[in-house]
Structure formats: structure tokens, C-alpha cells
Design a binder for this molecule. Sequence first.
Ligand code: SAH
Ligand code: SF4
Ligand code: F3S
Length: 479
Amino acid sequence: MTRRETDHVTSEVIKQQNEIIERIRQNNENEYQKTGRMKYYRVITYGCQQNNSDSEKLKGMLRLMGYNQTENNEEADVILFNTCCVRENAEMKLYGNIGALKGLKKKKPDLIIGVCGCMMQQKHAVDMIKEKYSHVDLIFGTHNIYKFPEIFEKALHEKYTLIDILDTDGFIVENIPVERDEKHKAWVTIMYGCNNFCSYCIVPYVRGRERSRNPEDIIEEIRSLSQDGCKEVMLLGQNVNSYGKDLKIGFDFADLLYKINSIDGIERIRFMTSHPKDLSDKLIKAMCECSKVCEHLHLPFQAGSNKILKLMNRKYTKEEYLEKVNKIKEAIPGIALTTDIIVGFPGETTEDFEETLDVVRKVRFDQAFTFIYSKREGTAAAKMMDVISEEEKRNNFNRLVEVQNQISREINESYKDNIYEVLVDGPSKTNKNMLTGRTRTGKVVNFKGEAKIGELVNVKINEVHSFSLNGEIVINNQS
Ligand code: SAH
Ligand code: SF4
Ligand code: F3S
């Protein structure tokens, strides 16, 4: 039986890091006694939930070191950028924001500016920061977040940019302190990395190979979350459907769902992302049988043309994708489907693109996250040639968005006058007199009535928009 041997490494490493955290906390405490001034951190996160989840760990460690959270750069003593490199615009945004801190760093030389995350796993990005943004104090990657206290302590005493990037992705470190943004909902990473190497995608290069956490560690974490009032968990991984394969203990993602479904207090289970090639009948059955698994599936199809799917190395055809969608729709009536689509992959003609539109029209997704292809150095697709102009790609993209928005709106229309269970997230950001939350199908609902964050309420929908619904509480589920 193979399972991940994390216990020994974990307790050793975490003990060392905790000692450093305590040392820094003491220093901050002493300074506070002298100056009466508290210290603050700001963590700015780009990219996907994986990065958000990592940021929660960085925030957890900073809090234990005695720093308070701020959203104001001027107030901060530490500013960390957790970066994404999945598309070029994410990178450009980062350079702009780091550049903008040059003046602040001059005014406040003790300010620590750090850059971490996916982009820092790429040599050219690290070189760029070293050369052009010398006011950055520390750089680290995705594989050594657990060592943040050690790296941070060094950077506190170092005059030059401290760089600590780990290329290997061998092990998983459990029990890193976490500062979660919300109490009633939690992201739980169940596996790291990706083995799929879709030809356009940088993720496998910056996140390493698939590594699953041991089931016991996941269950333990969710149990403890539940005891703290958590109602909904979002299980995270680049391809959750292949969870467990590397553990070789005959325990897969479906098995994990059954286990989590039996944890008291947890009301809703969500997960992302699912790769269509690995969506098994066993998983569909588990989704049906586990009452807490929400009626929502994010199933990226990326492109409709079989020629393009092959060039993308997606390992399924348009027909296979549609067949799986039909199966899941039959098994779980009313399920909400969302997807990711790339327009303008090298070699994609407008004729190929019509196949993408065809899938969108046939499946009728609740929502689609649409992207124009962005060339990523080091990936297989970076060497492939474009066949249509940027303008034609943009036209196709706009057509896609238009078709999808119409479908989203039509699906939302079907919610009108019906009653849905909503998990309350808090006051609505757009309308101060309303609360906001989500249905099990993942729809954002703004509604009138009184309820506490984390409560499940029944809401009658009376108005619909393309991306949200409005309603009113009718009966309160919980006493
Ligand atoms: N593991 C997930 C998410 C990967 S990144 C999955 O397999 O779906 C999220 C989305 O970004 C992808 O689904 C894809 O649609 C998009 N994406 C990834 N690389 C891209 C690139 N080079 N250009 C444009 N979009 C890209
Ligand atoms: Fe990227 Fe494909 Fe892996 Fe998703 S499955 S992270 S798109 S390589
Ligand atoms: Fe971006 Fe890294 Fe996620 S590249 S999409 S933050 S895994």
C-alpha cells in the first residue's frame, strides 16, 4: 500500500517554521511596546482558487507573526503579490502594480515587498523582476509556501532581493496555519499539480505533477471546518477527477465524495475542475447518491472542433464530450453546467470555431468563461502557427459571448417564480438593503429578508438578469 508519507516531514518542518513565526511575533510585540504602532500586511492574489487557497496560508502565517490585514498599501509593512501566468494579461497587470510601489518603497525603506506564486516558477519572470524591479525584497514559488516564515525572516535582514524557488514538487506539507476569508464556506485543496499538459497551458510547468493529499488529512480538515461553523466546501484541484491515482490505495474522487458527504454539519459540497476525459460513470453515480453534492458541474470543453481538440491534447472528441453531458443531464435533472472556452487557438479557422458555437448551443451552459488564446512560452502550442487574424478572432469571441449571454439569460428566466434554497453569504455588494447568496446550482441571488451569514433560506425568485437573480425569503429553513 502506498500513501503519501507526510507526517514526519510535516511535523518537523512545521515545528521549525512555527519557531520562526514566534520569533518574529516577539519582535513585533517588542516594537509595539516601544512605538505603540501595529504592523500590517496586504496580500494581493491573482489567478485561480488554487492561488487564493495559497494566499489564505500566507495570511495565516502573517497573522500569527503579529501582522494585521489591510487593503491599503500606504499602511502596509508587508505587501505580497501572489501571481498567475495562465494568460499574458495577468502578467502585464502584475508588472504595472509592482512598478507603482517604487515610490512607496523609497519613502518607507522598511516596507517588505514580496512576489510569489505561479509566475515566479518561470525563470524569465524572475529575471525580469531582478533586473527591472530591484525594490522587490523577496521572491518565492509555488512549492515552498510552507517555508514562508524562514524565507520572510531572511528577507527582513537582507539588503538584496532574496530568491528562493524550488523546482521539485515532491511532497505535501499539512497543518500550515490558514486565515480563511469566510467562516461558512471554505476552499479545500485535495490535490496539487496537473499531469495533462494541454498544449496551450502553463499550469503543469508551474504547479508540477499531480499529488493527492491523503484522504484522512482531507476528512480531518473538513471535520474541523464543520466544527467551526463551515457549511459549504469547495474541493480544489486542477483535475479533481484524477484524485487518488498517485496514492495507489484504490481510493478515488468518488470515494472521497461519499466520505465527505457523511460529515455532520457540512451542507453543501462543490468541486472544481473536472476534466471531461476523466468524468467516470462512478463519479456521476456518486454525485447522484451524495445528497450534499450540489447540482453544478464545471466541465471545461475549450473547443468544439475535433482537429483543435487534438492539437490542444485534450484527449476527447466533441462527440464524446456531448455524450458525457447528456449522461450527466439525464442522471441529475436541472444540473447547472459551466465551462471554459478558448477562442483563437493556433490553427483554429472560423469554420472550426463554428463547432465551438455548436457545442454551446447544444449543451446550453449556464455560464461560460471565455478566453482569447494567449501564447505561453515553453508550452507545445507556442510553436504552432496562427491561421486567422487577431480581428477575426476578436469577432468570433464577440459572437460567442453574445450567444452564451442569451442562453444564460434564458436559463435564468426559468428560475422566475420558483423557490430555491440559498446559502446566505452576507449583505449584497450592489444593493445595501439586500442579502446575497447562492443556490445549489451556483446562481448568485440578491434577496430581501433577514437571515444570518451561513444560514440556509428559501428564496422566491421574482426578477432575473444574465448573471444574477433577485428574490425574497419565503420560509426560513432553520429555526
Ligand atoms: N485545470 C483547469 C483550469 C486551468 S486554467 C482545467 O483544466 O480546466 C483555467 C482556464 O484558463 C482553462 O480552462 C482555459 O480555458 C484557460 N487557459 C489556460 N491556458 C490558456 C491560454 N494559454 N490562453 C487562453 N486561455 C487559457
Ligand atoms: Fe492546464 Fe489542462 Fe491541466 Fe487544466 S487540465 S491545468 S487546462 S494542463
Ligand atoms: Fe494561474 Fe497558477 Fe491558477 S497559473 S490559473 S494561479 S494554477
